[in-house]
Design a protein around this ligand. Structure first.
Ligand SMILES: O=c1[nH]cnc2c1ncn2[C@@H]1O[C@H](CO)[C@@H](O)[C@H]1O
Length: 515
């Protein structure tokens, strides 16, 4: 059955004639767009890719967070990365040596089932049931709790099983794509990690933008995450204005403690002729409200430098929520290729998977904004979750909800209800609808609570030339093609397929109205 997410969706032109040759006035960069260095795809050998997307009923790792209160908390010693270490540097206590799992250790279906039964009921919900390669003898008979905090990048099945604790002692986990486990004879596990109670660290890469403003406020109202910084990018407005708006929004929220790092003023290929969607968001990006200039300033570092710095500071712990074109993320990868391994996850709003785009029938706005950057990010090997408009077009805030917001006493709701008028009128005009798509808030919530969506996994490439420039093409890896294709040996990403739209809208409304 084809899920309703694949309904066809068309949209008018993304930018108007005036915008086509527009340029960020603050940029004095030559247009060095050089087609010879641009990535190009070869024709895919005349064979058609199968782009049917299968729903994977896979809830992602943050489920563990919701279940932590079911197990008794015990004090644990600080986590140490047990690579060749016998002592915890801080406490000088011994930590168990690592015994790598034998490569041959696999389990049959029956064994798998048996093994699950032996996990104590209270922690069973944490078992995601993906793993087929445990050393059964090593851990049988012990209850355990894994801590999926994306501390390390790892292969697909290992990434959900980052750390295992027994009685507060880290006894297993995955490291450098290898499972390891050591046991010291504990008979029961009541486990947790202090890191589980800690909110997820988030950097929002943003081009505010009305729905960006919603997402930023929503993030500030979400206890599951901590916004450690904002980085800015062109898209809905030019980068200079995006920075101004980001600073302004943090002032409105009373959160000027959060740093803002300004992003690129040009595309990855150094194009200065950028397309901005001011007709969606108003010339000021925030519904033409004539807000005052912010007093605060961005930090000295560029967005890409800041992203790399933070990834180095908190390896594996940071989630980047990318709400605009992916230029800054691609530049971070260019600056430091190990960024892809050090960043915890990249949750991005982008792509139109098996539906029409919103710039033109082929392309969604964020990918169209910088297709070369998007292709770099999708094929980088980082842990990428893409939330495309095939999903966000199901998440609609209605006129009546705007009215509720306007009447609300909530600070954020009041502010947003003013700027949302412009966004609503754009949707009435372009889509003939009495509501708005909640693109950015939906993507943000994919980072806050991944189980609001279902995902499929495959390889995504981005078309960079011709009339389909910006097209995102998903390969589900279900066919072995006879000849090599441009999808060969590329890492996979997760692509959102279905969404619990009422739950998303409710969460957005509740959190913004109670602000
Ligand atoms: O019709 C449109 N054209 C261009 N950009 C749009 C349109 N609608 C929304 N967005 C903006 O692009 C992202 C989603 O593709 C969102 O950030 C949204 O603000």
């Amino acid at each position: 059955m084809v899920p309703n997410v694949f309904k066809s969706d068309t949209d008018g032109p993304w930018f108007n004639a005036e915008n086509q040759n527009a340029q960020d006035p603050s940029v004095e960069v030559e247009n060095r767009e050089d087609d010879s260095s641009a990535k190009k795809f070869k024709d895919a050998n005349g064979e058609e890719s199968n782009i049917e997307i299968e729903t994977v009923e896979k809830t992602m790792s943050s489920n563990a967070e919701q279940t932590t209160d079911k197990v008794e908390e015990v004090e644990i010693s600080p986590i140490v990365d047990p690579v060749d270490e016998t002592k915890n540097e801080e406490t000088q206590e011994s930590v168990p040596a690592i015994e790598p799992m034998p490569e041959t250790a696999t389990r049959s279906e029956e064994e798998d089932e048996g093994w699950r039964k032996e996990i104590s009921p209270e922690v069973r919900p944490l078992w995601l049931g993906e793993t087929k390669a445990w050393d059964r003898n090593t851990i049988i008979g012990f209850s355990f709790l894994y801590v999926p905090h994306h501390r390390f990048q790892s292969t697909k099945f290992l990434q959900d099983f980052q750390d295992v604790f027994i009685l507060g002692q880290r006894i297993g986990g995955s490291l450098n794509n290898q499972w390891f486990a050591t046991l010291g004879g504990a008979t029961e596990a009541r486990t947790t990690s202090t890191s589980m109670a800690e909110p997820k660290k988030i950097i929002i890469d943003t081009d505010p933008g009305i729905d960006d403003a919603m997402a930023i406020f929503l993030a500030l109202r979400s206890p599951e995450i901590t916004v450690i910084g904002l980085t800015t990018i062109y898209g809905n407005v030019y980068t200079t204005l995006a920075t101004r708006n980001a600073l302004h929004l943090l002032e409105v929220a009373g959160r000027t403690d959060i740093p803002v790092a300004e992003g690129s003023h040009v595309s990855y290929m150094k194009a200065t002729k950028l397309r901005v969607a001011d007709f969606v968001h108003g010339v000021d990006g925030l519904g033409n409200q004539n807000f005052p200039q912010p007093k605060s300033k961005p930090i000295e570092k560029s967005a890409a430098e800041y992203l790399v710095d933070q990834a180095n500071l908190y390896p594996g712990e940071i989630t980047v929520v990318a709400l605009g074109p992916l230029t800054n993320i691609a530049l971070a990868i260019q600056l430091d290729p190990t960024f892809t391994k050090k960043i915890g996850q990249i949750v991005l709003l982008g792509g139109a998977f098996a539906v029409n785009g919103n710039v033109n029938p082929a392309s969604e706005a964020n990918i169209f904004g910088d297709p070369e950057a998007a292709d770099i990010v999708f094929t980088s090997g980082a842990d990428v979750v893409a939330v495309g408009i095939n999903v966000t077009h199901q998440v609609i805030m209605k006129d009546s909800e705007l009215e509720n917001m306007a009447e609300s006493e909530g600070k954020f709701a009041k502010y947003l209800s003013k700027i949302l008028d412009y966004y609503f009128s754009y949707h009435r005009d372009a889509y003939s609808m009495n509501g708005v798509y909640l693109h950015d808030p939906t993507a943000l919530l994919a980072a806050v609570n991944p189980s609001l969506m279902t995902y499929t996994e495959g390889i995504v490439r981005v078309q960079t030339t011709g009339i389909t420039r910006g097209l995102t093409l998903f390969f589900n890896k279900q066919k072995r093609f006879n000849e090599a294709t441009e999808w060969n040996n590329k890492p996979t990403v997760k692509v959102a397929v279905t969404v619990d739209a009422p739950a998303v809208v409710k969460l957005v409304m509740d959190r913004l109205m109670n602000s």
